[in-house]
Design a protein around this ligand. Structure first.
Ligand code: HEM
Length: 441
């Protein structure tokens, strides 16, 4: 019921800068602490975003995802990444322009299968030491994710084409680029002595690397690429000229897909390596050298990937700006507030996931979850466009590793949960060293 008196749910008394720092540096423990103190609904005051009302009750989250796109606008909430993704990016559009662009992108990335499974397996194997040994999993997966998205978008995974692009984009998505995204004053270009100057130079360098990659890829591509399908869908145009909306679409998909995939692969390997019981069951059900078909048929592996996305969701929350007054859990939320589905907290809700802090893939075999209970890909009309592709690739990459190697944490601290925020995603902290022991055939 609405009243004229509006008020936000309680917030930690700490200054905004301190709340922002905590959310950036120790996202999961900070959300846990706020939840313990204030319960299912509280407000985080963050720089760049504003006041975020965090919702962790699945019923509240379901209501949020059901709100009309005119009343709850994610585009406004995502505005802080505009300098990188561009003003025509799906992330920052709302209303009719968003719906039209989303339909175009959906038809160009939704293919069956979403990507050639043999390509995913062979790209994975190519990055692994054939005789076994130690690998830096984060670094490996960041590069593999770039090759996979490169193949998906441009039809080639050639290192020569993708390496310069990866260098530029990984800087923008890394600690320095992310800091600029979350503290917009840092983006101001005040001349060569300012951080903003170098930030914008990096964006220009990324645009140039992207244009080069597309030109080279168009000459090389063996398979029809998403970029070509996008061009065809828009009535022609040349895939080797990357401008305007096409540029923003391509950057959006790289930004959306690359880092999230890399973090998801790292977390899944992290959990499997540190949970011997789960790894044993996976190794027993995947014969050495298992084929992509056998990997995709393995329900326990699918559950292991879903459980990793649950316990350590790579995107910890999604937000919508309200354009109408909303009543949630007894609070009358004023227009212009940010309502957020606190993905991490929903996934740690003990009444849905008993023993929520334990990695137990079985829970995904024992029961199914409502769309507002398992939300690693967000929800409603803005749910991740790459969700099917992401889960398909995750199962294939992790399955290919386990079909060929047994995995153990190589640095003692790799058994502990340590996080690194990479823009909007949360990854295990570097270095995540893993020891790969080849399986006997
Ligand atoms: C494990 C990997 C991934 C995770 C966890 C993930 C998660 C998410 C989340 C949480 C959102 C926001 C949803 C919302 O606001 O409700 C999103 C949006 C999006 N994702 Fe993903 N994503 C992943 C991989 C991918 C991939 C591989 C692609 C494409 C190739 C992709 C493309 C997109 C796009 C285009 C959007 C914007 C949708 C819109 O605003 O309409 N994602 N993703």
């Amino acid at each position: 019921m609405l009243t004229t008196q509006t008020r936000l749910p309680p917030s930690p008394p700490a200054p905004r800068s301190w709340q922002t720092l905590n959310w950036l540096v120790r996202p999961y423990p900070y959300l846990d602490a706020c939840h313990q103190r204030f319960g299912r609904v509280f407000t985080l005051r963050l720089h760049a975003f504003g006041d975020l009302v965090m919702l962790s009750d699945p019923d509240n989250v379901a209501d949020l995802f059901r709100m009309s796109p005119d009343d709850a606008r994610p585009g406004e909430a995502n505005e802080l990444i505009t300098p990188v993704v561009g003003s025509e990016s799906l992330f920052v559009l709302d209303g009719e322009p968003h719906a039209r662009r989303r339909a175009e992108l959906r038809s160009s990335i939704t293919t069956r299968p979403p990507i050639d499974p043999d390509v995913v397996s062979s790209l994975t194997l190519a990055e692994l030491p054939s005789g076994g040994g130690e690998v830096a999993a984060n670094t490996l997966f960041r590069w593999l994710a770039m090759r996979l998205i490169g193949y998906q978008l441009f039809g080639t995974a050639s290192p020569d084409v993708l390496r310069p692009l990866a260098e530029q984009l990984h800087w923008l998505l890394g600690p320095l680029g992310s800091t600029a995204a979350f503290f917009p004053p840092l983006q101001r270009n005040l001349g060569p002595a300012s951080f903003g100057y170098w930030f914008h130079r990096r964006i220009e360098a990324a645009n140039a690397a992207l244009a080069d990659a597309v030109r080279q890829a168009t000459a090389l591509a063996a398979a029809p690429s998403t970029v070509e399908r996008l061009c065809r869908g828009r009535g022609g145009g040349s895939a080797d000229r990357l401008e305007g909306t096409l540029r923003d679409d391509v950057v959006t998909m790289i930004v959306a897909g690359d880092d999230a995939m890399a973090s998801a692969m790292s977390w899944t390997l992290f959990w499997i390596a540190r949970t011997p019981r789960v790894q044993e069951r996976l190794l027993n059900s995947l014969p050495p050298g298992a084929t992509p078909e056998q990997i995709l048929d393995n329900d326990y592996l699918t559950a292991a990937c879903q459980e990793a996305l649950r316990i350590t969701p790579v995107v910890d929350m999604v937000a919508r700006t309200t354009t109408v007054p909303v009543s949630v859990a007894g609070f009358d939320i004023p227009v212009g507030s940010l309502l957020s589905a606190a993905i991490y907290l929903v996934h740690r809700n003990e009444s849905i996931y008993p023993d929520a802090a334990s990695y137990r893939p079985e829970r995904f075999l024992d029961r199914s979850y409502r769309p507002s209970e398992f939300i690693p890909f967000g929800g409603g009309l803005r749910r991740c466009l790459g969700a099917n592709l992401a889960l398909f690739e995750l199962r294939l990459v992790i399955g290919t590793i386990l079909a060929n190697y047994q995995v153990a944490p190589a640095n003692p601290e790799a058994g502990e949960l340590r996080y690194a925020r990479r823009n909007v995603t949360v990854a295990p902290a570097d270095p995540l060293l893993a020891r790969l022991i080849p399986r006997r055939r």
